[in-house]
Design a protein around this ligand. Sequence first.
Ligand SMILES: Cc1cc2nc3c(=O)[nH]c(=O)nc-3n(C[C@H](O)[C@H](O)[C@H](O)COP(=O)(O)O)c2cc1C
Length: 210
Amino acid sequence: MSENSPSPSDPRRIVVGITGASGAAYAVRVIQLLAAGGVEVHLACSDLGRRLLVEEMGITRVDPEQLAPGHADRIVTHPGNDVGAACASGSFRHDGMVVVPCSSSSLAKISLGITDNLVQRAALVTLKERRPLVLAHRESPVGLPEIEAMRRVTEAGGIVAPLSPGLYLNPDSIEDLIDFMAGRILDLLGVSHDLRIRWDERLRERDKRS
Ligand SMILES: Cc1cc2nc3c(=O)[nH]c(=O)nc-3n(C[C@H](O)[C@H](O)[C@H](O)COP(=O)(O)O)c2cc1C
């Protein structure tokens, strides 16, 4: 087993929310990595999240087989407006939630405890149950409303992780940039992975070559 392979203590069930910010590809990659790593994924998509999946990825149905071919059996989809779904309840046991990409609108609503849809409701419940919550926010620049919302979420125990991939690993492609953020999100959720995103590994490779 390599250093980053899934370990028995890894999370087994993660909730993923997709909202209407640019960056649907990050969501798809996170879902694929989780499912391929044996994690049960509970997926909720806002109305605008679904629109961005179509516009940016050509994904017209929130269909597990389309999202993660070969691992569809690990993905449970929930209607985005069903605030009565299992993952809307604190009694639903899971190991954490990520909203990716997270729009400024969802960020603000979650930070204020407003739950107009399942993504927001599941995120708020994750906070109140003191489980890991990662909001992978996408907007630039940000103004005081977003900054205040980030502060509130952070004070409530959530993690705001802007979709802002580092360039220090000399990415060759958009896929490398997406993997950088997907890997960081998995790190924050405590899920092991083998993506080559670590600065120390790069230093070791460089030392070996010199
Ligand atoms: C094509 C498109 C791209 C968008 N990109 C962003 C974005 O990157 N960040 C953001 O905060 N909002 C973005 N929006 C606006 C949100 O979709 C809008 O605020 C929406 O109400 C968010 O709802 P939701 O958070 O429930 O998905 C975009 C909208 C569209 C149509």
